[in-house]
Ligand binder design. Structure first.
Ligand SMILES: Cc1cc2nc3c(=O)[nH]c(=O)nc-3n(C[C@H](O)[C@H](O)[C@H](O)COP(=O)(O)OP(=O)(O)OC[C@H]3O[C@@H](n4cnc5c(N)ncnc54)[C@H](O)[C@@H]3O)c2cc1C
Length: 503
């Protein structure tokens, strides 16, 4: 692809001429920083810019600053394949930010990133074969425009500006603060307070022991229990290799391979012998709790393992806090808020000074950007996903959506390789446009929801499945959760296959 001339979009007010780049990356989280790295190393001739709505990099790790914030998967695989992770497997939010900062620094990526740029619209023109991207920048939301040949969507999966909190009855009656972890007030003092945390996901599991450690008495109110991995926050293989003075680059690669190997075996076991895996996970949980503890009620999930993301609680810290009596588990549904707390359906009233709603996210499919193609609004639900990376009928755009069951970044790296290869292929063919389309052999293929709710079903996805692209019955038209196949399939994709339409 060559440097194109800037164009004036006909449907926008005339302003200063847009700035043109070959590739425009949306978002400076782990995926966008990775995209910038891969463009720098694999496409050194391409001009690019990363537009980020927030005032700094890190995405999720910039937004989430609640006590104890940390990864829930290991950083050997959640880190990039190209930059060794040298800390403990489960990293804290600040450690992850430092790691990302080093990637930016070491690779000179900072000059490509523009902070405080919220993209609001992206319009494709088949006349110019360009996207015109409109952003608001700065405190006064000044409008600015860019044109680009290729749009690389690294916007993550949820709305950073505002979290999801269900509308429970009586919320306004509650006398204390109601706080969401996504917008944690830095000055909130929980020492000596009764804090009820609502939720059963990774955020609740992380937050609860951290609040207990700050002197709060915490009630974890969950509708239904989750599975946990309770292992040590250490990797024996990495530690041994370090003792042997093996180079960190090697350690990173070896430990990644071992972890991925073990995860593949574990995933397979979840499919082949789910009951056995379930028993093992629950037995490991029980081992931390006092004799007679009601594990059946509070720690025995109703779903089979791996249907929702499995959360690592290093050294069983949540369970230790329960065993010490610092955390009370309540497994029930909320009937209503009261002035003094929350009444659950069984009738009990949980008294609280502070309520924390670790209740998840608003799905943000494409960064809440208004998309149009040749003047027609893009309805994503009318498209079909191409391997969870592109959409039928949407030219020159790739989308990064990582794995739910493995580390997100494994997929971000794979998608990056694919995009860089595709850009090189377009250049070699002299093509200015690439678009995916169903092939004649796909005629009559059933189109289904983007993911199979029987396979993986977190609330934020189920609430908004109708807004997501469709899935076919063949692998090309599915967003799979299978790193082990995709790592071999993506590099082997035939870019001249019938599904790729170039112009
Ligand atoms: C607390 C927490 C812990 C997690 N732990 C793990 C884990 O251990 N392992 C794992 O695999 N996953 C984890 N996840 C999931 C996690 O979000 C992803 O793995 C990963 O951080 C996503 O990176 P990303 O860059 O794709 O998206 P994000 O981190 O969401 O970053 C997207 C960026 O794009 C920007 N953006 C969005 N829309 C626009 C727009 N219109 N204009 C400009 N900028 C825009 C946002 O401001 C943001 O900075 C966790 C999530 C949370 C909330």
């Amino acid at each position: 692809m060559t440097q194109d001339q800037p164009v004036k979009p006909s449907d926008h007010a005339l302003g200063p001429l847009p700035e043109h780049v070959d590739v425009l990356v949306v978002g400076a989280g782990i995926s966008g920083i990775g995209a910038a790295y891969h463009l720098t190393t694999q496409r050194p001739g391409s001009s690019f810019v990363v537009l980020e709505a927030q005032e700094s990099f890190g995405g999720t790790w910039h937004t989430h600053r609640y006590p104890g914030v940390r990864s829930d998967s290991d950083l050997h695989t959640f880190g990039y394949r190209f930059k060794p992770w040298t800390g403990k497997p489960i990293g804290t939010g600040p450690e992850i930010i430092d790691y990302l900062g080093e990637v930016i620094e070491e690779n000179g990526l900072g000059r490509h990133i523009r902070y405080g740029h919220r993209i609001i619209a992206a319009h494709w023109s088949s006349v110019t074969n360009l996207w015109t991207v409109e952003a608001q920048r700065g405190a006064d939301a000044e409008r600015c425009r860019f044109t680009c040949s290729f749009l690389w969507m690294c916007q993550g999966y949820y709305r950073h500006a505002g979290p999801y909190t269900p509308d429970w009855p009586g919320k306004e009656d509650f006398r204390g603060p109601i706080v969401h972890p996504q917008i944690w007030p830095a000055a909130l003092d929980v020492g000596g307070k009764r804090v009820t945390v609502i939720g059963s996901g990774a955020t609740a599991a992380t937050l609860v022991p951290a609040l207990a450690a700050r002197g709060a008495h915490v009630t974890l109110l969950q509708r239904s229990p989750s599975y946990y991995f309770t292992g040590r926050n250490a990797n024996e293989l990495a530690d041994t290799l370090r003792e042997l003075k093996v180079d960190e680059t090697w350690i990173h690669e070896i430990v990644r391979r071992k972890l991925l190997h073990d995860q593949a075996l574990f995933n397979q076991r979840c499919l082949d012998e789910p009951d056995k895996v379930r028993e093992e996970l629950i037995a490991a949980t029980r081992a931390f709790l006092p004799a007679g503890y009601d594990v059946a009620r509070h720690f025995t999930p109703r779903y089979r393992p791996w249907r929702q993301r499995l959360c690592v609680i290093p050294d069983g810290d949540l369970l230790r806090a329960v065993a010490r009596g610092q955390v009370t588990m309540v497994t029930d549904e909320i009937e209503r808020f009261t002035p003094n707390g929350i009444r659950v359906k069984a009738g009990e009233e949980i008294h609280a000074d502070i309520v924390v709603t670790a209740t998840g996210f608003h799905l943000s499919v494409l960064g809440d950007i208004e998309f149009a193609i040749d003047g027609e609004p893009l309805v994503l639900a009318d498209t079909v996903t191409y391997r969870g990376m592109m959409f039928t009928g949407v030219p020159n755009m790739a989308w990064v959506f990582g794995y739910f069951r493995s580390s997100w970044t494994l997929r971000a790296d794979l998608v990056a390789d694919f995009v860089c290869r595709l850009l090189g292929h377009m250049e070699a063919r002299g093509a200015r446009r690439v678009q995916l389309a169903l092939r004649p052999e796909d005629a009559g293929m059933s189109l289904l929801d983007w993911i199979d709710p029987e396979d993986f079903n977190p609330g934020y996805l189920l609430r908004d499945l109708h807004r997501l692209p469709r899935r076919g019955t063949k692998r090309e038209w599915q967003h799979t959760q299978d790193y082990w196949r995709e790592k071999d399939e993506f590099p082997a994709i035939d870019l001249d296959g019938e599904e790729f339409i170039y112009a």
